[in-house]
Structure formats: structure tokens, C-alpha cells
Design a protein around this ligand. Sequence first.
Ligand SMILES: [Zn+2]
Ligand SMILES: [Zn+2]
Length: 359
Amino acid sequence: MKAAVWHGYKDVRIEEVPIPVPGPDQLLIRVDYAGICGTDRHEYVGPNFIPTEKPHRLTGRTAPLIMGHEFSGTVEYAGENVKGFTKGEAVTANGTLACGICEMCEGGRYNICRKLGFMGVGDDGCFAEYVVAKADQVFRIPQGVTQRQAAVAEPLACGIHAANLIGDIKGKRAVVIGTGIIGIGAFYGARLAGAKEVLVVGRNENKRALIEANGGRYVNTAQNDLNDFVEEWSGGRLADVVYECVGSQETLDACIPICKPGGIIMVMGVFETPPVLDMNTLQEAERRIFTSQAHVHEISTAFEHIARGDIDADALITKEVELDDLVEEGFEELIKNASRHIKVVIRIPSGAESEESHA
Ligand SMILES: [Zn+2]
Ligand SMILES: [Zn+2]
């Protein structure tokens, strides 16, 4: 099969590799669409989480390995212990790799397993014609959700998971800093969990229409002072919850003064360098720092919202590329024009389909 294999920084090769063989508890899935995540872009330019020297703590794998963890596809073959799935069913999977036996796994919180790994980082991923996934982490794509829409369920699940961790966001005022897919996922997660008002913060006008069309407010900090804007927007009360969805010192710093005393700062961004945290300002008002790591069962909630039309998943897909063009049209485009995109997806036609389309 054809796959995008990570060998090193800016060294992702489209190669022919063997089709993976599912273990007894796994499914072999034919990939239809895969989404390029912010973390994949990180792997491309560095710093990487894909192990290069020290083997992965759970899988023992090192590079080269196949990238990608966001996908939709159809069941091809089920391992001998798997029940309840049939060939051709539309599915996706939670790409978390977990040990299954630690305290967190036993409590169902396998997203924070002691030996946590990810498909496409700690083991072969879904930027390929086929991928294997553990059957108990596979989700059926319901009626009313297309394969293309299903490819964006994973990052939306991250936003829904974060809202679940916050717990009581209903009727609250939330600010989301960042307009990438994680920021958009946090926005939807907060809105759909009943936040009274959600203000999204960006540095240009690219995402304003999407946010405003979906019941949010938008502020462009290239034109407005964030502290003044939040003061006015909240009637002087500040935000109950502030989401950090960028992963930079500047945006982390920006969260603190707009968070009300006793409020919550939910950190979802991935930081390229460790930030400094202004502990004294946090502490003087008993502001709380929360963090969120991927998701557990929330992909199914994301599907329900997409099926109901609460989330226009197609509107989040800003570009579609072929696997062969992943590097130039996908990664390089995301580096050059980051602010234009929300989600770039890779369409992976089956062998037969692609031959037909070339005929
Ligand atoms: Zn992702
Ligand atoms: Zn575990």
C-alpha cells in the first residue's frame, strides 16, 4: 500500500509499504480521508515526538513510521477476538495508544495512560491506504455524517473533552484564544455545552465569518486591545473560562488578566518551548490552570453534533490534497499560509478507484 512515512524533519516520503496485519483485538481499516493535525505539522518541522533513538515507551517503535491519527474509513477485516463489526462499515478511531492496565486506563481515562502514545507518533498511523486500530477505540460513523465530515471529528472531540473537564460551563462566559482547529473545537465544545457567550480571539479577519455565523463573538487583536475588549464584552466581570489554544508564551500570558478571579484557564495548545507562567498573578486571584489531553469517548458526541447540523464540518475543511502531494500541498502550504486554514484533509481513494480515475 501507499503511505506517508516520517524519516526525519522535512523528510516525509510517500512509499510502498506492506499492508498492516491486525492483531486479535484490532480492525484493519481502509482509510478514505485523513486530517493533518497541528501535531503532524510539528512532526514535520520539529520538535518531534516520533522517537528516533530511544524506542517508544509503549510500542518500542522508532522512526521511520507512518504519520497521522485523524481519519475516516471502512472496515476491511476484523481480528479474531473482535465482535460486532462487519466489512464495509464506516468507522473512525481514537488514535490514542494506551497500556490498558495502569490506574488511569482501568478508570477509563486512557487518554492519560502512564505509557501514553499516539497512532502516527508512537506507532504507524493513518496517512496510508490502510491502518489498524484497537476495536474498543473504533467508532461507527452514523447516518447523516459523510466520510469527509467524519475526518474532522477527532479535533472537535478534543474541544468537547475540554468542556467536559471544565464541567460547569453552562451559562458561563468563555474566551478562546486561537483560531486553528483546536481553537475552533474549543469554541464549539463551549457553545454546545451551553456557555452563554463565547468570544474567539485571533489576529486577522480569516475566521470571523465562521465564528459569527455560529453564534460566537470575534475579536481581532491586530485592531483591538484584548484586555479592553474583554472588559467591555463582559461588562467588567472578565471571563469565567479562558482557553489557550495556540501554545505560545504570548497567548499564555494573555489568558491571565482576562480571566476573572477564581476563573479557569484551560490550556490546550502544544508549546514548542516551555513557557514561563506568571504564578503570582494567577495566585493573587485564585485563578486555576486546567489542561486537556486529546479525548476518550467524545468522538461519538462530535458525530451527533455533525449529524444534527450543530457543526458544519465541511466548512472546517479548507483544503483537500492527495497523498502524493502531502508534503508540498499539505505541510508546506500549512507553513506558508497557516492562518488561512482550519483543516487540510488528505483524500485517499482505494486502489481500484484511483486506477479508474486515471483511466
Ligand atoms: Zn489531531
Ligand atoms: Zn495505561
